[in-house]
Design a protein around this ligand. Structure first.
Ligand code: SF4
Length: 333
């Protein structure tokens, strides 16, 4: 059954650090040298959240386990200089500040342990980790220990045990076979069947980035994308939304095949993972999805708002922003 609305959220995109222990062949985000490494400073962060406009979400993205990266000395030195001992400690503090500034945090920090997820749960409305694919031994992931599918499935399962509303997804066109997509969707379905925590599955096309080993590789065709969205709608339970990024693809035909969410857009910040692809504005989204009705949601989906899957630290903001259906209230209190 098709969703009643096509949903989206409004965020501030916060790249906490681009230092990463992995080296995925398609990644244009990761720092390759000391010169292009960064950790977002407190001042810069506060300026961003203060300029939030109508956003309700603080989307935190970071390289995975930067303390284990080949640029770890940069990371550790700068973390300690700012008075924090780890990415987790710093990001948790940023989440608390985001809440103070009336933004609901959503962290995407890569593979995390149960204890790390538990720490972050208190200050996050939802969290995310792209499964990407269950295909093991992809050339694109040869230098990426964090892309071992079992490791990622473990993090997603731990999040389920902790009742964290969760976002995951597939990255299409990174060397996987068609059957891998079907298996990956099946794996996500199994996790959701067990824990009931998957709120959305992103179907994201790989886009080649300059200066990366996959710069000359073609992105997946629209027909391939359609096939995956169709399969996703068949395999995943109805309660799990299928998200397609409107800055990377044209959504209407994918909506007709069962996609019902466009993810987060930002008025103030760029998509740091795909900086060449600007976010459409809200009015553009409305036109893109017509005749379907566009509806704004929070980073936590309506079903999880209703189930009360959030902490006491998050509660006041949910009460401020959510309407009786669990979507974003049309006008803030
Ligand atoms: S894990 Fe993410 S940030 Fe790190 S190299 Fe891979 S795609 Fe880039």
């Amino acid at each position: 059954m098709k969703s009643k609305y096509i949903t989206f959220s409004k965020n501030i995109f916060i790249p906490v650090t681009n230092v990463c222990r992995n080296a995925c062949d398609y990644c244009g985000f990761r720092a390759r040298s000391f010169e292009d490494a960064y950790i977002i400073g407190m001042k810069e962060f506060l300026a961003l959240v203060k300029s939030k406009g109508t956003a309700t979400e603080a989307l935190f993205t970071a390289g995975e386990k930067p303390a284990l990266a080949n640029l770890s000395s940069y990371f550790k030195k700068n973390m300690l200089n700012s008075g924090y001992s780890s990415l987790l400690e710093y990001t948790k503090e940023l989440c608390k500040l985001a809440i103070k500034h009336e933004l609901l945090p959503h962290c995407n920090l890569g593979v995390l342990s149960e204890d790390e997820l538990k720490e972050l749960r208190e200050v996050n409305a939802s969290m995310g980790l792209m499964l990407e694919t269950t295909a093991a031994e992809l050339e694109a992931h040869e230098e990426s220990p964090g892309k071992i599918p079992k490791e990622r499935m473990k993090t997603i399962a731990e999040a389920g045990k902790l009742e964290i509303p969760f976002t995951t997804g597939l990255l299409i066109g990174i060397g996987e076979e068609k059957e891998d997509c079907i298996r990956s969707l099946g794996a996500i379905k199994s996790l959701h069947d067990k824990y009931g925590h998957i709120q959305e599955v992103i179907i994201q096309p790989f886009i080649p980035k300059p200066f990366t080993p996959m710069w000359n590789k073609k992105p997946p065709s629209f027909a391939e994308l359609k096939e995956v969205v169709r399969a996703a709608r068949e395999i995943l339970p109805e309660a799990v939304a299928i998200q397609v990024p409107p800055n990377l693809t044209s959504p209407l035909e994918l909506i007709e095949l069962g996609a019902s969410d466009l993810g987060g857009i930002s008025e103030k910040t760029i998509d740091y993972i795909n900086p060449e692809s600007p976010w459409p504005k809200e009015e553009d989204l409305r036109k893109m999805v017509a005749p379907f009705e566009l509806r704004e949601r929070l980073p936590i989906y309506p079903g999880f708002v209703k189930k009360g899957w959030y902490s006491e630290e998050i509660r006041p903001l949910i009460e401020k922003y959510a309407d009786e259906e669990g979507f974003r209230r049309r006008k803030s209190k």
